[in-house]
Design a protein around this ligand. Structure first.
Ligand code: PAN
Ligand code: ZN
Length: 204
């Protein structure tokens, strides 16, 4: 969104229940057909699409901010409740072209943030109302709705960071979140990674 400067101070309201931001730029709508490789069970994805269904997975309400150094971009995201092949609805997930930090704020609903750095280290954090999750530079991030309701959150990031979807689309993130009989199950590709995810030795 390359808006001309200068930009004046502006107030925008957030509805914590619906995720609506006022005013906002063009709403982003992501349907299953736009992210078929995100879900592990490609047969389940194909079955849904062949039925003629193409569910909305998430919507985002962006603030109109210039994509220029020094600016902070921000947008709310609303992930719908649901699952494909037993895997909860989630965002596509990305790195930023320019490694830089990002701050998430949970607004309503219940979910998990899956994060992985360029060395493959994994981290999973719960995202619920009033919780902030700090994503350090170089950590890819994907958000999963593990609840029965919409998961609503705010993300604030450097406006010129850019979004790189290729790595995650091709390699995925080393953990998936499946709907188990007793609730969400975080499934890791390998046991060592899972230990890292559940480790307590994280700086606070
Ligand atoms: C978020 C995400 C948003 C949608 O605003 O972009 O939740 O997820 P994907 O972009 O991975 O589809 C963010 O992390 N911005 O940088
Ligand atoms: Zn991001």
């Amino acid at each position: 969104m390359n808006l001309p400067g200068p930009v004046l101070p502006v107030a925008r309201t957030l509805d914590f229940a619906s995720g609506a931001m006022v005013p906002h730029a063009e709403v982003v709508v992501r349907r299953l057909s736009q992210m078929p490789r995100a879900f592990a069970n490609s047969e389940a994805v194909a079955t849904v699409l062949e039925r003629g269904e193409d569910p909305v997975i998430y919507r985002a309400f962006p603030a109109a901010v210039p994509e220029q150094a020094g600016h902070l971009a921000y947008r709310t995201t609303v992930i719908l409740p649901g699952a494909v092949g037993g895997e909860y609805f989630m965002t596509r997930g990305h790195h930023h072209h320019k490694d830089s930090a990002e701050l998430y704020l949970g607004m309503s609903g219940r979910g998990l943030m899956l994060m992985q750095d360029r060395d493959g280290r994994l981290r999973v954090e719960e995202l619920v109302r009033d919780v902030t999750v700090y994503v350090p530079p170089g950590w890819a991030h994907r958000t999963v709705n593990t609840g029965q309701d919409e998961l609503v959150f705010l993300a604030v990031y450097f406006s010129d960071a850019g979004h790189d979807y290729d790595v995650i689309e091709q390699q995925g993130i080393g953990v998936r979140v499946m709907a188990g009989p007793d609730g969400p199950e975080v499934v890791a590709a390998d046991a060592t990674d899972l230990l890292a995810v559940k480790g307590e030795s994280w700086p606070t």
